[in-house]
Design a protein around this ligand. Structure first.
Ligand code: 5GP
Ligand code: MN
Length: 348
């Protein structure tokens, strides 16, 4: 059982009480995932949208930008408004919204350049999120870093509001986020509660095997070749228990890179016996950044590591960040920074 289970109940009780009041009359609702949304961000937004639609509200999901092809089957994804494509439509919706839900992020920097509009909108802001160290922008907040996915949190809320409205369409969205954010139920954050939620979803008739195939077995040829390059580029920081991978823009171009193609690559570093820290650096010349992902096993805190050195953050064992230097420079900085953590990275 989760250590802070009782604390979480108290928090969700108060959250539900206030939310029920807000949802007692039909509302115009906008639901926002973070930029470059993943399975948990889109799954939670769409699951929540379908649920609120059934309660008689008027909901739109507004994403800061596009999402990978392996998510383009999610029920309702075809109606998502992309801010970077139709800024005027998105702005109108945000200015007119009574309620704005921000899901799977806790810092407005993660939805740039939409952050300014949110700050200026009259709508009540509600955060539902499981990342560490939430910012203070929301009027109402359900934040619990001990829960493995935002989808699990959204399920908790739906169950408390009206369990009879959860159907297999909502269930498919929720299952997607739980599955992707728990690494298919293998991360420490997977609890008996996670499994009992999934058990309910299976009873509702979701097709879990199909969802798994949609997400994980839809690689293009180029994507698999890119994985080959990533693994060839893997460097071990001897004598420490850390590895890193780089992918240059040239390498991405050679493999006809599409958004989402590098998802999960960083985990291959952690699959090595005895490795406690894995980092991937991906060059993006168009945005002049190197996007980074950090993963760890056990007691190495990558949220702190990403926050302190690479303009990022996230969870204890999974975080992201960015460098605004060249790939070569970033690689050298990563190498040197890892060496500073010799005491934590030299023993099992
Ligand atoms: P990923 O490496 O899969 O992109 O992200 C790992 C985790 O860190 C996710 O929970 C994601 O939301 C978070 N994350 C990714 N990039 C950033 C970032 O630039 N800043 C912060 N604060 N969190 C990030
Ligand atoms: Mn998440």
């Amino acid at each position: 059982m989760r250590k802070d289970w009782y604390l979480s109940i108290a928090m969700i009780d108060n959250f539900i009480h206030v939310l029920k009041g807000q949802l007692s009359t039909p509302k115009k609702v906008v639901i926002i995932p973070h930029k470059n949304p993943d399975g948990d961000a889109l799954g939670s937004c769409l699951g929540w949208k379908h649920f609120l639609d059934q309660m008689g509200h008027f909901c739109t999901v507004v994403s800061p930008n596009e999402y990978p092809k392996f998510l383009d089957w999610l029920p309702g994804q075809e109606d998502i408004i992309k801010y970077n494509q139709t800024e005027d439509v998105a702005q109108k919706l945000l200015f007119e919204a009574d309620l704005i839900f921000t899901l799977d992020f806790n810092s407005l920097g993660r939805i740039k350049p939409m952050d300014e509009i949110i700050n200026n909108s009259k709508g009540i802001k509600v955060m539902i999120d499981h990342h560490e160290q939430p910012e203070d922008y929301a009027d109402l907040m359900y934040s619990d870093p001990s829960i493995g996915s935002t989808c699990e949190m959204v399920y908790n809320i739906m169950e408390a509001l009206d369990v009879s409205k959860i159907n297999s369409i909502i269930g498919s969205c929720i299952y997607t986020g739980i599955m992707t954010d728990t690494g298919s139920f293998r991360f420490q954050s997977t609890t008996s509660i996670t499994h009992s939620i999934v058990s309910n979803l299976l009873d509702m008739g979701i097709n879990h095997a199909q969802i798994h195939r949609n997400i994980y077995d839809t690689y293009s040829f180029g994507r698999l070749q890119l994985l080959g390059k990533a693994i060839t580029n893997l460097v071990k920081v001897e004598p420490l228990r850390a590895v890193y991978i780089t992918l240059s823009q040239d390498e991405l171009n050679q493999c006809e890179f599409k958004k989402g193609d590098t998802e999960g690559f960083v985990n291959y570093g952690l699959s090595l016996d005895g490795i406690k820290l894995a980092i991937i650096m991906i060059e993006n010349t168009q945005e002049s950044i190197v996007k980074m992902s950090f993963r760890s096993k056990g007691t190495f805190n990558v949220n702190e590591f990403a926050r302190k050195h690479f303009n990022g953050g996230g969870h204890f064992n999974a975080a992201g960040g960015a460098s605004f230097e060249s790939l070569e420079f970033t690689k050298e900085k990563v190498h040197q920074t890892i060496l500073e953590y010799e005491d934590q990275l030299s023993s099992i």
